[in-house]
Ligand binder design. Structure first.
Ligand code: EPZ
Length: 412
C-alpha cells in the first residue's frame, strides 16, 4: 500500500485515542485461562489484534470481535498451535497459559524483527523456575508443567515487559503456588493486565512496581473489562502536533500513564492536561538529550518519532536507544528528506533546525513508519510512503484520524 502525503501540514482539531495495543494483546492471551465468558471493551481494530484473535480461534476459542468489543469463551482448547504461522511476537504469551489449560503447549517460535533479535530467554527461564519443562526447536517452543512448588521466586535478568506479563499471567492460574517476581517491568499495560486478571478472580499485587506477588487460583469468574487508552498512540499524535506547530486535542488518555509529557514540554511542547484529554501547542523546539529506558523512563516506542522533532529543534539533540539494538530504521529515510542525523553507537546526533523535503519513503517497522509519516506530514512538498499498511498494526483508523486533523493523505 502506498500513502501519498502532501506535506506542510499544520494539525488542528481533536483525536480520540483507541484502546492500547500493548494492553489488548496480553489481556487477550490471559483470557485463555478462563472457562467462563470474557467480554472486553475498547479493543482496537488493529492487524496485530486481528492476528492474535485468529491464533485464539485456531486454538479453539470462540471469539466475536466487532466495533471494539470482544466476547469470548474457551471451549475445547488445543495446546499445539505450532503450525499457525504467527508474525507477532506476542504469540509467545500463549506458551504458559496454553500448557496449564491443555497439559502441553506448542507455539510458533517468535521471530526477531527489524528492531532487534528479541530473544525469549527471560520468558523460558521464568517458566522453568515455575516448574515447566521447556524445549525449543527451530520453529516452535514447547512447555509442560511437570513440578509444582509451594513458593517460587523468579528474578528477571532484565525488566522485560512481555516476560513480566507472561509469568504473571501463568502464575495466576497455578493454585497452591505463591510466586514472587522481581526486577519486573512497570509499564502501565502490566497494571492493566493485573487489573483484568484480578477482575477475573486472580490474586495479584504489585504490578507497576518491580516486585509482583501472585497467589495462584484454580478458577476464574465471568468478567467484562475495558482496557486503558494507548499512550504510545497519544504520544505519537502529540509529537505530530509539536512538529507541525499545530494545536491539537488528544482525548481518551489515561493521564497517569503519560510519563513522557514532561520530556515533550522540555522540548518545547506547550501541553495542558485536563480530565482524560491533553491539548498540545508548540512554540520553538529546543534541542534535547533523551535516553530510552524501561518505564517510567522515556519509551523506546516514541524514539523514532522524537527524532523528527529533533530535526526541527534549534541545536544539537542526542537520542540514545537503550532497549533495542537496531531501532534506527527511520534514520536513512529521514536523511533522504534532508535530515542531519548521525548514528554514534546507540546514540543519534541530530542537528537542527533542518527543513525536510518530501520524497519517496519506505516503511520498515511500526514506529519507524509512524516517524516518517510525521516527517512527511510536515515536509516541504509531497511524499510517498511504501508499505504504509504497517501502520495499521498499531494505529487504529490512522488515515481517517490524520485527515481529520489536517494531514492530507491518500492511500492506494
Ligand atoms: C513490549 O515488547 C512491547 N510490545 C514493545 O512495543 C515495546 O517496545 C517493548 O515492550 C519495550 O517497552 C508489546 O507489549 C506487545 P521486552 P517486548 O521483552 O515485551 C530483551 C511496539 O512498537 N529481552 O521488554 O517484546 C529484548 O531483546 C512494540 O508497540 C531479552 O533479552 O519487549 C529487548 O532488547 C515494539 N530476553 C528488551 O529485552 C527476553 O526473554 C526489551 O524487551 C525478553 C526480552
Amino acid at each position: 500500500m502506498i500513502a501519498k502525503i502532501s506535506g506542510n501540514s499544520k494539525v488542528s482539531g481533536e483525536i480520540l485515542v483507541s484502546g492500547a495495543k500493548n494492553a489488548a494483546l496480553p489481556i487477550l492471551t490471559a483470557a485463555l485461562l478462563s472457562s467462563k465468558k470474557v467480554e472486553l471493551s475498547r479493543i482496537p481494530e488493529l492487524a496485530d489484534v486481528q492476528e492474535m484473535i485468529s491464533m485464539m480461534r485456531y486454538a479453539g476459542v470462540q471469539v466475536s470481535f466487532k466495533e471494539n468489543e470482544v466476547s469470548l469463551i474457551v471451549s475445547n482448547l488445543k495446546g499445539d498451535i505450532s503450525d499457525f504461522s504467527s508474525k507477532i511476537r506476542a504469540s509467545i504469551l500463549f506458551l504458559g497459559p496454553l500448557a496449564l489449560r491443555t497439559g502441553r503447549s506448542k507455539v510458533p517460535y517468535p521471530g526477531g524483527c527489524s528492531i532487534g533479535k528479541r530473544p525469549i530467554d527471560i520468558h523460558l527461564n521464568g517458566l522453568k523456575k515455575l516448574g515447566f519443562e521447556v524445549s525449543t526447536e527451530k520453529d516452535f517452543v514447547e512447555a509442560v508443567l511437570t513440578r509444582q512448588f509451594k513458593e517460587v521466586n523468579v528474578h528477571l535478568d532484565f525488566p522485560s515487559v512481555g516476560a513480566t506479563e507472561h509469568l504473571m499471567t501463568t502464575a495466576s492460574m497455578m493454585k497452591g503456588t505463591e510466586v514472587t517476581l522481581s526486577n519486573c517491568a512497570k509499564e502501565p499495560e502490566i497494571v492493566d493486565l493485573q487489573n483484568f486478571l484480578n477482575a477475573m478472580g486472580a490474586h495479584i499485587v504489585g504490578a507497576g512496581t518491580s516486585k509482583i506477588h501472585v497467589k495462584g487460583v484454580s478458577h476464574f469468574r465471568p468478567v467484562h473489562y475495558e482496557i486503558i487508552g494507548d499512550r504510545i498512540e497519544a504520544g505519537t499524535y502529540a509529537i505530530l502536533a509539536m512538529a507541525s506547530g499545530g494545536d491539537l486535542i488528544v482525548k481518551g488518555i489515561t493521564p497517569s500513564t503519560l510519563n513522557f509529557v514532561d520530556d515533550l514540554r522540555e522540548m518545547g511542547g506547550n501541553i495542558a492536561i485536563f480530565g482524560n484529554s491533553m491539548r498540545i501547542k508548540s512554540s520553538d523546539l529546543n534541542p534535547f538529550e533523551v535516553n530510552t529506558a524501561p518505564y517510567p523512563g522515556f519509551p523506546t516506542d516514541l524514539q523514532p518519532q522524537i527524532t523528527v522533532l529533533a530535526c526541527k529543534a534549534k541545536g544539537i539533540s542526542k537520542i540514545t536507544e537503550n532497549i533495542f539494538e537496531s531501532r534506527f530504521g527511520h534514520v536513512p529515510e529521514l536523511k533522504k528528506m534532508g535530515a542531519n542525523v548521525s548514528i554514534v553507537g546507540q546514540t543519534l546526533e541530530v542537528t537542527g533546525p533542518q527543513s525536510l523535503h518530501g520524497t519517496k519513503l519506505i516503511g520498515k517497522d511500526l514506529r519507524e513508519t509512524a516517524a516518517i509519516t510525521i516527517a512527511a506530514a510536515i515536509a516541504d512538498g509531497s511524499s510517498e510512503i511504501e508499505n504504509f499498511e504497517i501502520l495499521f498494526r498499531g494505529y487504529e483508523r490512522v488515515v481517517e484520524k490524520l485527515n481529520r486533523v489536517g494531514v492530507k493523505i491518500v492511500v492506494s
